[in-house]
Structures are given as C-alpha cells and as structure tokens.
Design a protein around this ligand. Structure first.
Ligand SMILES: Nc1nc2c(ncn2[C@@H]2O[C@H](COP(=O)(O)OP(=O)(O)OP(=O)(O)O)[C@@H](O)[C@H]2O)c(=O)[nH]1
Ligand SMILES: [Mg+2]
Ligand SMILES: [Zn+2]
Length: 302
C-alpha cells in the first residue's frame, strides 16, 4: 500500500461498471475509470486515484471494513462497502415480501453490518397487516421503527435524525417503499427521484436505478445516506448452506438443543429448531423461508 501514498484519496459516491464518481476530501467530484480488469469498486469504497486530464484513474481500492453483496439471476453484485448500518424500508402498500426481508437481514448479518427495519407509510390502513407480518422480527430482537415519511415529514425527521446522524447508512428495500423519499427528507438539496407518476407530463414512474452516496450535511461530511434501487431478487449465493441457521437469530437461539451438531433442521430426530417451531417459538413463516433458502443454496452449489 505504501506505493500508493503519493496518490490522491477519494470516496466512491456512484459506480457504473468500470466508471465511478470519486469525491475528493474537499468535495470536488471527478469521473474516474478503473485500472486493471480485475479491480472492482462499489459505493463507499475509499480509493487512491490519479488525475488524467479532466478525468481520473482509480489505482487502488483501500481494504474494506465490510461489503454487502447479493446476486440477481446473472451475477454477484456488490452493493456498497464501509457501512455503519443498514435501514431496510418496508411498507404495507406495496406489501413487502417476508422472504425478501429475511434475505436482506441475512445478507447484513453475514457482512457483519447492524440493521434496523423501518415500516413506512404507517398511516395507511394496509400498514396493519405489515405490522403483524413484522412481529417475528421484533420477537427475534430486530428493531422495527415506524414512520410516515411523506404525510408526517417533520415527525419522521425528528425520529430518524439521531439514528442516522453519525453513520453511513445504506437504505435498502423493495421498490416503492419510500427510500428516495427518505433521502429527500433528510438531505438538503438531494433531489432524489421519487416514484410519483407524473400524469401531466406522462413521464412514467421515477425509480432509482443506481446506488448513490448523499452526505446528510455536505458542509460537515460526516453522516451519510445511500439511496439504492429497489430489489426484486435477493440472492444469497455467497452464503453457505451450513452457516445459514446461524445467520437467522430466531433459529440460532435453538441450535444448542439439536442432538446432532450437523443437524439440517429438516428431518433429524431430536431437532431443537423443529421443536421450537412446534411450540410456536419460531414463526412458521420463518421456518418455511429457512427451508426455501437452504434448498436454494444446496441446489446452486458448484
Ligand atoms: N402514503 C404514503 N406514501 C408515501 C410515503 N412515503 C413515500 N410515499 C410515496 O411512495 C412512493 C414511492 O416513493 P419512493 O421514495 O420513490 O420509493 P423508493 O423506495 O425510492 O422506490 P424505488 O426507487 O423504485 O426503489 C411515492 O409516490 C411516495 O410519494 C408515506 O409515508 N405515505
Ligand atoms: Mg428510489
Ligand atoms: Zn436441528
């Protein structure tokens, strides 16, 4: 690393394949490309770069504190690096998928990044069903907050400011839950595109297509929010089937009760996890999701 110390430092604020936007310590933004075919950059990376005309070349990516990953149908995608926490936004309209929520929590757990859940659009009648669906997550110790980012902005801002102020927070969740609304609420001049359908202009829905770093206060450059595109799929191929139960806190609590150390919790006798499901201490939905993900991880192993 010593050989890079003469280079400029920077922070990756957006990344599109081999093109990244790097922010310098004084806040200037430089379009850079990556040196070398193997290197990969994600939002949140600290890099060493070198000017080349109006643009720049990233020569080196500093070691990461953590890295959040997921897969879609085709390939592994690194989401973002060097995060302090993840805020998963869900809503009752559109109703969130419990499987996707579980996957996001597992991805955060395996990356070692603290995570909270925010139920947005809490004022809608559909929020009640979402609240119920979130109960197993509360029971396993996940902090679940509620807000109405659009209809009660002031109150929401006061609730969230202390939780976000000091941290780099990745905002994650399905499309249409209010991630960009949150960024616009907390960040002055963010102007993140929000998914309102503009009938007058007939311009269609504005959906976020790329992960982007926003300083909460550009003058201080301390806390930050990372807006991200809504996910449909949340592949976990980087997780091994054997470690999956330990990444699900409600299952993990009962692992010491299994007779066999390599219990898969599906058909073995003396399984503490299945006993807990039968006693109602693990939600049936969570056990089903565990089985689905486990099966998927075993099937895609190569
Ligand atoms: N009723 C209600 N609607 C809200 C609330 N917060 C946001 N919305 C609306 O939800 C829609 C989607 O908001 P966005 O912020 O674009 O959602 P997103 O999560 O960024 O969506 P993607 O970028 O597609 O992933 C918009 O029409 C918002 O105005 C809320 O508290 N209550
Ligand atoms: Mg958005
Ligand atoms: Zn077991």
């Amino acid at each position: 690393m010593g050989r890079h110390t003469e280079l400029d430092v920077g922070l990756v604020v957006t990344a599109h394949g081999r093109h990244v936007m790097v922010e310098t310590p004084d806040g200037a933004r430089v379009q850079c490309h990556l040196r070398g075919k193997k290197s990969e950059c994600v939002v949140g990376d600290r890099v060493r770069w070198q000017a080349s005309g109006d643009e720049g070349v990233v020569e080196h990516v500093e070691p990461r504190r953590n890295l959040l990953m997921r897969q879609d149908e085709w390939r592994t995608k690194s989401f973002a690096a060097n995060l302090d926490q993840i805020l998963v936004l869900v809503a009752g309209e559109p109703m969130f998928s419990e499987s996707q929520l579980s996957r996001a929590l597992i991805a955060a757990e395996t990356a070692g990044i603290p995570v909270r859940v925010l139920l947005n659009k809490a004022e809608l009648p559909q929020a009640e069903a979402a609240r119920e669906r979130l109960q197993p997550y509360r029971d396993m110790g996940v902090q679940v907050l509620e807000a109405s980012l659009k209809t009660r902005p002031q109150e929401s801002r006061e609730l969230l400011r202390p939780l976000l102020q000091e941290s780099a927070t990745l905002v994650l969740g399905p499309s249409g839950t209010g991630k960009s609304t949150l960024v616009n609420l907390m960040v002055q001049d963010a102007q993140a595109q929000v998914g309102d359908i503009s009938q007058a202009l007939n311009s269609g829905r504005h959906t976020t297509t790329t992960t982007r770093w926003y300083w909460l206060d550009p003058a201080v450059r301390h806390g930050a929010l990372l807006d991200s595109p809504g996910f449909q799929e949340f592949g976990l191929r980087h997780v091994s089937a054997e470690e999956l139960p330990r990444l699900m806190p409600d299952l993990r609590a009962h692992l010491p009760d299994c007779r066999f150390y390599n219990c898969t919790h599906r058909h073995e006798p003396g399984c503490g996890v299945r006993a807990a499901v039968e006693r109602g201490e693990i939600a049936a939905s969570r056990y089903r999701i565990y089985g689905e993900i486990r099966e998927e991880l075993e099937r895609t192993k190569w």
